[in-house]
Design a protein around this ligand. Structure first.
Ligand SMILES: NC(=O)C1=CN([C@@H]2O[C@H](COP(=O)(O)OP(=O)(O)OC[C@H]3O[C@@H](n4cnc5c(N)ncnc54)[C@H](OP(=O)(O)O)[C@@H]3O)[C@@H](O)[C@H]2O)[C@@H](O)CC1
Ligand SMILES: [K+]
Length: 462
């Protein structure tokens, strides 16, 4: 199984240092990394010519190992290196490479392997390196980034030079945060990790693995499978959309608590009158969803207060996230609450809870640490911060960028919470189901079509 740990540069260096202290030399690690990468590249290149761009550090060192490995396999290889290697191990790799090296220019129509900078990139790329990246950007051919794209800061995904679109990115030894951070993750093509035998730490963020979802037990009935109450409010459409997807996410019973007439609601959806303190304190409720279409007036605030008072496992989304503040959650068992903010809602929550952080990762992690609530920071990249640690996800379909998909997500998450009882597991499953439903819904789907493909998405995880 490939490693799922997602590391910072410091954590990566520490893992490499530990391997070296245990007797594996840096040169040995570089050879494993370069040989592992070369295997992938050889497969993709077939008999095509390969051009390797080598920088001055150990990422460049990997490049010389890759170049020599491909040369021995019979590919025509050309290395472009504007500067001589600056580290001892990269110099060893340079000496072991027996082919051509030039200091500038980029041959045309090649398989390009970019080893200019790896996780050591610490400042803006300028001069001849920036020129090379621009040439690479404009070149036609299959492009591979080794470890990370050479103009990207590994910890933050910050862009520090000309952008290049890659077909393949090979992470060496383990994933870095940039691999799952937008917008740069969308430029990396297919991503694979090359295992170089490092002992990676367990207590770090991880890449989420596809969940296993169980069919209901043989003796299941609708209450045992999970009863979900969805609290409607000012706007009728959003909670109905959430209910339509919740009904298809595995819960046994979904109730929409609403005073609207909902002429478009499916016959099998149970609609009862608007939530009250009494209906929400029903002990049979396995989970509550509050937020989609709730509104932000006093009535909405009261409904949110009643839901929190009920103390059931709860998902808060949309308007509920705008109303939430420390006074409302005081006295709540926050371990039972999941928040599903998009970027603007996350910023608003951080303001309300006095959190001073700017990146999505730091905000999600700090909001969980400060409040005890589990935070699913949505968007084109997704971060889940909860009691089991922080999880990153692969990207979902970009067709999800349409109105209403957040309501669909909230419905899936709340239904999975009704089934599972655990907030972090429910949210993790919901991300996968949402992405799979989007894949099944085809191009240019509407939120309604997405909601209707949710039950078929579950097939993939049974
Ligand atoms: N350690 C290990 O065990 C293993 C490590 N591995 C590999 O090592 C990579 C990390 O290597 P690394 O630390 O040498 O950094 P790297 O990314 O090559 O760049 C640093 C060099 O670039 C320079 N430089 C930086 N920014 C610059 C700029 N804007 N413009 C110009 N120059 C700039 C910087 O110079 P300086 O800042 O000192 O002036 C330095 O010379 C890692 O990603 C993986 O590929 C694998 O082999 C597995 C085993
Ligand atoms: K690189």
């Amino acid at each position: 199984m490939s490693p799922t740990a997602v590391l910072t540069v410091d954590q990566m260096r520490a893992a490499e240092q530990a391997a070296m202290s245990a007797g594996t030399s840096e040169w040995e690690l570089m050879q494993r990394a370069g040989e592992g990468a070369a295997q992938w590249i050889a497969r993709m290149a077939g008999g095509r010519d390969v051009c390797v761009l080598c920088g001055p550090g150990n990422n460049g060192g990997d490049g010389y190992v890759i170049a020599e490995s491909l040369r021995r396999r019979g590919n025509t290889v050309h290395v472009v290196a504007p500067k001589e290697p600056g580290t001892e191990t990269a110099r060893t790799a340079r000496a072991a490479y027996k082919g051509e090296v030039s200091t500038e220019g980029l041959p045309r129509n090649q398989v390009y392997v970019d080893c200019l900078f790896g996780y050591g990139l610490a400042r803006e790329v300028t001069g001849e390196f920036a020129q090379l990246l621009e040439n690479l950007r404009d070149a036609t051919g299959y492009k591979v980034a080794i470890d990370v794209p050479s103009s990207v800061a590994s910890d933050t995904g910050e862009r520090l030079g000309p952008p290049v679109e890659y077909d393949l990115t090979l992470a060496l030894g383990g994933w870095k945060r940039a691999h799952f951070t937008m917008p740069v993750m969308a430029t990396m093509g297919v991503k694979r990790v090359v295992d170089i035998g490092l002992d990676l730490p367990a207590d770090v963020p991880r890449l989420s693995d596809a969940p296993r979802i169980s069919a209901p037990a043989a003796d299941a009935h609708k209450y045992r499978r999970g009863l979900l109450a969805i609290v409607a409010g000012e706007m009728p459409g959003a909670p109905l959309l959430a209910a339509e997807s919740a009904m298809r996410s595995g819960a046994g019973y979904v109730k929409l608590l609403s005073d609207h007439s909902h002429p478009d609601a499916p016959a099998e959806l149970v609609i009862e009158s608007a939530a009250t303190r009494k209906t929400l304190s029903d002990e049979r409720l396995s989970a509550i969803l509050v937020g989609p279409g709730l509104g932000r007036k006093n009535k909405a605030r009261d409904a949110l207060g009643s839901a929190l008072e009920a103390g059931r496992p709860t998902i808060l989304d949309a308007d509920a996230l705008h109303l939430l503040d420390p006074a409302m959650t005081a006295g709540c068992n926050t371990a039972k609450i999941g928040l599903t903010p998009h970027e603007g809602e996350l910023a608003k929550l951080c303001e309300a809870f006095g959190i001073d952080a700017s990146s999505k990762f730091d905000r999600a992690e700090a909001l969980h640490a400060e409040t005890g609530m589990t935070v699913l920071a949505k968007g084109p990249d997704t971060i889940l911060a909860g009691p089991e640690g922080v999880l990153f996800f692969e990207r979902g379909s970009s067709w999800l960028s349409v109105a209403g998909t957040g309501d669909v997500f909230a419905g899936i998450a709340a239904a999975r919470l009704a089934v599972r009882g655990e907030v972090q597991q429910a949210l993790e499953e919901a991300v996968w189901i949402h992405h799979e439903a989007a894949r099944l819904a085809g191009p240019a789907f509407t939120a309604g079509t997405l909601a209707r493909s949710v039950n078929n998405a579950l097939w993939s995880f049974l």
